[in-house]
Ligand binder design. Structure first.
Ligand code: NAG
Ligand code: NAG
Ligand code: NAG
Ligand code: NAG
Ligand code: NAG
Length: 400
């Protein structure tokens, strides 16, 4: 006859005493993994943000803290990896946003080489020192800089000295694009004053002045991550069943890669390896007869799963898909007029074009803290020859 050993009894008592009875099926190794993860997250959080009173509030009592809404994780039994992921994500979402007296926006430029609009951005940034930081990730060649705000801001020049070549190949549509985004986020997260992270390309220009952009991004609680359902061949048609069970077909989303995200969300992107790996392995060009582009699907799908209410489902970067071609419309110098720029900066209805046979277009008002506001802070794609006209008109069109 087997007898219960004293150790088991102790554990049982401990569980009862500490109110853990609710999880009688939790096996010990899993419990330890969760505990260790919890401690690691606590240490990271404490390191990243000096423990504020509200953080302490969450950990040590539940009194005044805002109630947290659970992300919609599925009802099926989760794997160890999913459980770990869920715990980490919940903890980060639960940690109140960091308040900093010197809150900055990190502008992350993803470019093949030299940025054609540095002089325009210089005008945009001038006089707002201390409220922004710039990071440049060049994929093809070392960029030359003309603006003081960009000099020394390349994230590769110093950090890749040990590599044989300067550049890191970034191919559109491949996972290397997502890797470049993550690399930019990681570098920008090193500065604790960076609270918002905007991804921009070499063909992006500002549509509003700095103060407008700063207030728009800082004084809201959502990240501007584009996200919509496209049941056509360039949306759900790119989904691979191999992403099961973690990423179901119904959860698959599409969206423009040009995001603006809050610090919490940027940290979650750093912490995620489970969902990232699914997209790295099964969302790529020319895979099982499909062309899946991770940069258009990973972040929209991931954030729709873990924090749907925390994203605005739209991008703050304008692009013109109205011609219905493979590439969006690019603007030339002759397109640039005061009226054109005024038009772009005052658009206040959002648009999503899907690839299903009906090419359904979804319109909706652009809401900012529940008030209808202009949708776009930036616009692409502009040819370098537009620079002079944009420079001449900058103070006028951004004053609107
Ligand atoms: C953002 O959230 C914080 C607390 O979670 C709240 O105090 C604040 O009013 C919110 N800000 C906006 C603009 O909704
Ligand atoms: C974004 O879409 C999700 C549904 O996919 C919705 O739950 C959420 O409220 C939307 N976000 C905003 C800010 O409207
Ligand atoms: C600006 O918008 C108005 C109204 O939608 C339109 O009639 C006009 O052609 C636009 N102008 C330019 C230059 O895009
Ligand atoms: C900008 O607008 C003002 C009037 O609003 C005008 O006087 C000025 O000439 C404009 N600047 C340029 C460069 O056109
Ligand atoms: C309102 C405004 O500033 N308009 C100017 C925009 O730039 C062109 C030159 O490309 C000028 O001719 C306009 O006067």
């Amino acid at each position: 006859m087997k007898t219960t050993c004293p150790w088991q009894l102790n554990v049982k008592d401990f569980r009862i005493m500490s109110g853990l009875r609710k999880r009688p099926h939790l096996k010990r190794p899993l419990w330890i993994i969760i505990l260790v993860t919890f401690v690691i997250i606590f240490l990271i959080t404490a390191y990243v943000s000096p423990l504020s009173s509200s953080t302490a509030c969450y950990f040590f009592s539940s009194g005044d803290c805002t109630l947290y809404q659970s992300p919609s994780f599925p009802a099926r039994e989760l794997s160890d990896e999913e459980t770990i992921s869920q715990v980490v994500i919940k903890e980060i979402l639960n940690t109140p946003p960091i308040q900093s007296a010197d809150s900055k926006i990190a502008f992350l430029f993803l470019t093949p080489g030299t940025l054609p609009f540095e002089l325009l951005w210089d005008k945009f940034f001038r006089g707002h020192e201390g409220r922004f930081s710039v990071y440049v990730h060049a994929s093809r060649e070392k960029p030359g800089h003309t603006s003081q705000y960009f000099i020394g801001r390349d994230i590769h020049s110093e950090n890749c000295l040990l590599r044989s070549s300067y550049h890191m190949q970034v191919d559109w549509g491949k996972i290397s694009m997502v890797d470049a985004e993550r690399r930019l986020l990681a570098h920008a997260l090193l500065d604790p004053d960076n609270l918002q992270f905007v991804l921009l390309s070499d063909s992006c220009v500002p549509l509003h002045n700095f103060d407008y952009v700063y207030n728009y991004l800082m004084h809201t609680n959502v990240s501007f991550i584009d996200c919509f359902v496209d049941l056509g061949p360039h949306g759900t048609g790119r989904y691979s069943e191999r992403m099961m069970p973690e990423v179901e077909k119904a959860a698959f989303r599409k969206g423009s890669q040009w995001f603006s995200m809050k610090r919490q969300h940027a940290i979650i992107v750093m912490a995620d390896s489970l969902y990232y790996t699914k997209f790295r392995l099964y969302c790529k060009p020319n895979f099982e007869g499909r062309n899946c582009y991770a940069d258009e699907h990973y972040l929209p799908t991931f954030f729709n799963m873990i924090d749907p209410g925390g994203i605005a489902n739209r991008s703050v970067t304008y692009v013109d898909w109205s011609e219905g071609k493979w590439h969006p419309r690019s603007f030339r110098a002759e397109d640039i007029s005061f009226e054109f720029l005024k038009n772009l900066s005052s658009i206040d209805d959002g648009i999503h074009i899907t690839s299903d046979p009906k090419r359904r277009v979804f319109y909706g008002p652009c809401l900012w803290n529940n008030v209808k506001r202009p949708c776009y802070l930036f616009a692409r794609k502009f040819y370098p020859d537009t620079l002079n006209r944009l420079l001449i008109n900058f103070s006028n069109y951004t004053a609107l």
